[in-house]
Write a protein that binds this ligand. Structure first.
Ligand SMILES: NC(=O)NCCC[C@H](N)C(=O)O
Length: 286
């Protein structure tokens, strides 16, 4: 197994953060860009303290949602898939994400080129394997990284919000040369799949049941007592990062033997963000 750097790509928040998209929640009139910047710095410090090498993607102040870098890039091992975001307003965010992935020497593939169309850059010449079925003919390829939940070698992809079935199929083609398999998961109650569930280091999927479309879809599911408790970033085999707005969920994780680092991400929550979407992580053995 190749040992990779433990890295996190991050992107500084735009001063126009308050103009970001909201879909499932009411728009807040209290988004404070200075506070958001301070929270983002603390979030970055927490990743650094946990041993991640931080890689800053060039800021995109003209794009209010650009701080949510996770939506622009999916990293699987040494492969970086440049996404095709579902919201037209966010599509150009991939330009800086692509440049950063190339600068790191990752193998960069374009999701938009994986549907056989002439869009994007040439795809890697890989045969499709274990491709999820479905997708209407002519359906556009869209996928946000926030819909992609990796649990071991399984890559679950939320479909029904920003990501299309054609996007899922394109991702399956993109990762066909890896040992990961892609599985679609229908979603309707949240913006992204990872808005409703994430996974602990042991693969247990965690979610706030009222916001999970289908709890029974997850073989190992742990209900958390607060909505913000559904979002964890795995920092190590025994450590997770999460919002400080879910203390009872944090205690639940600690009772399972995990160390829990808590950060304030309240300004980003006002734009439907959470801890996961503020970075793209690359783990040593991912
Ligand atoms: N992966 C994520 O959870 N991304 C959050 C994106 C929030 C942004 N306001 C959006 O609607 O696209």
């Amino acid at each position: 197994m190749t040992r990779r750097a433990r890295r996190a790509l991050v992107r500084a928040p735009s001063p126009r953060l308050a103009d970001g998209l909201v879909t499932h929640i009411a728009r807040s009139d209290s988004v404070d860009p200075d506070r958001a910047l301070a929270q983002w710095r603390d979030y970055c410090s927490a990743l650094s303290a946990a041993g991640f090498e931080l890689v800053e993607v060039d800021p995109a102040p003209e794009h209010p949602d650009s701080v949510f870098i996770e939506d622009a890039l999916v990293v699987v091992g040494d492969l970086a898939v440049v996404t095709a975001p579902g919201a037209p307003e966010r599509r150009d965010e991939v330009i800086g994400a692509r440049a950063a992935a190339r600068a790191l020497g990752l193998e960069v593939v374009e999701l938009a080129a994986q549907d056989g169309s002439a869009k994007g850059e040439p795809a890697r010449d890989e045969p499709a394997r274990d491709e999820p079925a479905g997708g209407e003919p002519g359906e556009p390829v869209h996928l946000d990284g926030g819909d992609v939940l990796k649990v071991g070698s399984a890559v679950y992809v939320g479909v029904g919000g920003r990501t299309t079935q054609a996007g899922v199929q394109a991702l399956a083609r993109a990762v066909a040369g890896t040992d990961h398999t892609v599985e679609p998961v229908p979603i309707s109650s949240t913006l992204h799949l990872k808005s409703q569930v994430t996974a602990l280091p042991d693969g247990t999927v965690v979610g706030f049941p009222d916001l999970v479309d289908q709890v029974s879809a997850w073989p190992r599911f742990l209900a958390v007592p607060e909505p913000e408790g559904a979002h964890v970033v795995v920092l190590a085999d025994d450590t997770v990062l999460m919002s400080d707005a879910a203390p009872r969920s944090a205690d639940l994780f600690r009772s399972r033997g995990l160390s829990v680092i808590e950060v304030d991400v309240s300004e980003f929550v006002k734009l439907e963000g959470c801890v996961t979407c503020l970075s793209v992580r690359q783990h040593p053995f991912d």
